[in-house]
Write a protein that binds this ligand. Structure first.
Ligand SMILES: [Fe+2]
Length: 290
């Protein structure tokens, strides 16, 4: 068989599509054919040059070198381009009243240290003490016992444990908890602060060359998993952040803005006596059915 004489870009697209039409899995076939159509249309639309193509390939290569458990640089690109929130929004069928999901972010670590109810997950992280407590319920308001809650957040420098000699220092401001019989959870940690997306990777170079918007408003990350319920990945944002309308990754939803209540000192909700300033956060998470 003679090779195709490519005298137009359209012929290239047609030949590639024809080959991928043999993809056995129907969903993968649908995704691949659409990807090829859009990718080729994009390259034609901007009249992509060979040096630009090579720069993109080199950027992807370097992006891979920034990835490790707890740091996925590709997710930062996805987040900053709005792809993560678009996917969460169209994929998560949420009944009325269920807690809104938001993006996962790049810093989840599987197998985080486990803590008992009310323990301090900060493990030496710097910041104003924060007592978080609340409940996990289902759509009927019934408590969800034994739900597994992963929590992770920044310290008062605006960085995560995975950005600070994680291999030697280990996890801090990160932990896994279980809800009790009554669906309740509680833990101590420290207040998160606003932070910019990592300054040392490749995604920040795109931000600097384009929008210049690299900051995220202060938040806690939560992932909640329980039998027969849809896993929930979300954040709670500090209402006092001045950057709620300028999240670099488009993750803020009004229902996820919470009151991190400031206190001068005194008795915390769990009876602990606080000599200095501390904060409290109370929240109920409503899980959607699986
Ligand atoms: Fe975060």
């Amino acid at each position: 068989m003679k090779p195709t004489a490519y005298d137009s870009t359209d012929l290239i697209t047609q030949e590639v599509l024809k080959r991928y039409e043999s993809t056995p899995d129907p969903r993968l076939r649908e995704i691949m054919l659409s990807l090829i159509r859009h990718l080729h249309a994009f390259a034609k639309d901007v009249k992509l040059t060979s040096p630009e193509w090579l720069a993109a390939m080199q950027l992807l290569e370097e992006t891979g070198t920034w990835c490790a458990p707890g740091r996925n640089e590709f997710i930062i690109f996805s987040d900053a381009l709005g792809l993560s929130m678009l996917t969460v929004t169209q994929d998560y069928q949420r009944p009325e009243g269920a807690t809104e999901p938001t993006l996962l972010g790049p810093f989840l670590v599987e197998g985080a240290p486990k803590f008992e109810m009310g323990q301090d997950i900060s493990r030496g992280a710097q910041g104003v003490p924060l007592y978080s407590h609340g409940r996990v319920v289902d759509g009927q308001g019934q408590p969800v016992k034994g739900a597994v809650i992963d929590v992770w957040h920044s310290d008062d420098r605006g960085i995560y444990d995975v950005q600070d000699h994680f291999e030697t220092n280990g996890a801090w401001a990160r932990g896994q908890l279980n809800t009790g019989e009554d669906g309740r959870f509680s833990f101590w940690s420290v207040m998160p602060v606003d932070y910019p997306i990592p300054q040392d990777g490749t995604a920040i170079r795109m931000i600097h060359a384009t929008t210049g918007e690299s900051w995220r408003p202060a938040h806690l990350h939560f992932r909640i998993v329980a039998p027969n319920l849809r896993p929930l990945v979300t954040h709670l944002f500090d209402r006092q952040s001045e950057r709620l309308d300028r999240d670099a990754v488009f993750g803020v939803r009004p229902s996820l803005v919470a009151d991190f209540v400031r206190h001068a000192g005194g008795a915390a909700p769990d009876g602990r006596n606080m000599d200095g300033p501390y904060c409290t956060l109370e929240h109920t998470f409503v899980m959607a059915p699986a």
